[in-house]
Design a protein around this ligand. Structure first.
Ligand SMILES: Nc1ncnc2c1ncn2[C@@H]1O[C@H](COP(=O)(O)OP(=O)(O)O)[C@@H](O)[C@H]1O
Ligand SMILES: [Mg+2]
Length: 263
């Protein structure tokens, strides 16, 4: 049964999509079957993996609102082991349309139930909002991965996300975990980055990933070639950091297993 991770932070531009793409690619490179679900109407994860946005083709919108089975909206990417359910401009209206449908927060959870056992991980790239698309992602997920950019207002807004996670846990009796907080666009030459990182580690302790993602032009360039960093510049620091993150996540899972078996 695949583990479902929502990559979420309601702030835009913090590295959600970059993380979703490159973590998915790095996990796939470890010989695992991975599904990436693009749940942002901007469809950056879709185009960043070189998949065309064709409104006539099944996409996440059709899965959530058109009764299309998830497996019919899954497409291969250029990377072996990595499939994607794309987003296109149809998804723009999804938040409004979802308001009136039954079980509106559970659409994604039920849609992926039939395909979960085919994948080791399913990653969901969330939009920059705490909207119904994000709620669907959180309800469908086992845990949330929160990318945070090390800047002055980094902590602002995080409490709102944490409140939403608590609300999902309480309202839906859903044991949603926090997979970890990921420091992105890290530049340790600046005092500000170091200070913000120290604050976050003090506040969140072990919930902050050891791995940090450096600020790297190569990471920013890769999507315009429709490739994850592993395909674009596999020896770059950015590629190394996402491989390290994948390893950290796989190690987490290993260390959780004995505990589960003991129950
Ligand atoms: N580690 C990084 N180094 C340099 N640029 C980055 C890095 N991570 C993301 N970016 C760039 O920052 C911008 C926002 O990143 P993105 O992943 O799209 O954020 P989000 O999905 O949270 O809006 C993009 O232009 C992206 O290429
Ligand atoms: Mg994004």
């Amino acid at each position: 049964m695949g583990r479902v991770l929502a990559v979420s932070n309601q702030k835009g531009g913090v590295g959600k999509t970059t993380t979703a793409i490159n973590l998915a690619a790095s996990l796939a490179a470890s010989d695992l079957q991975i599904l990436l679900i693009d749940s942002d109407p901007q469809g950056n994860a879709t185009s960043g993996l070189g998949v065309t946005k064709d409104p006539g083709k099944p996409s996440l919108y059709h899965v959530l609102l058109g009764g299309v089975p998830a497996e019919n909206a899954m497409f291969p990417t250029g990377l072996e082991g990595l499939s994607i359910i794309p987003a296109d401009k149809n998804l723009v209206g999804a938040n409004l349309e979802l308001v009136d449908v039954p079980n509106r927060e559970f659409r994604l959870q039920s849609a992926i139930a039939t395909v979960r056992n085919r994948f080791a991980y399913i990653l969901i790239d969330c939009p920059p909002a705490l909207d119904l698309l994000t709620l669907n992602a959180l309800v469908a997920a086992d845990a949330v991965l929160v990318p945070i950019q090390c800047e002055f207002f980094a902590l602002e807004g995080i409490s709102e996300l944490m409140d939403t996670i608590d609300r999902v846990r309480d309202s839906f009796r859903h044991p949603l975990g926090l997979e970890g907080i990921l420091l992105t666009m890290f530049d340790d030459r600046t005092n500000l980055t170091r200070q913000v990182a120290a604050d976050l580690r003090e506040f969140f302790g072990k919930q902050v990933f050891q791995t940090v993602i450096p600020r790297s032009v190569r990471l920013a360039e890769a999507p315009s070639f429709g490739k994850p960093i592993l395909g674009y510049d596999p020896r770059s620091r950015g590629a190394e950091s996402y491989i390290k993150l994948a390893k950290e996540i796989l190690d987490h899972e290993q260390s959780r297993k004995p505990a589960q078996g003991a129950r």
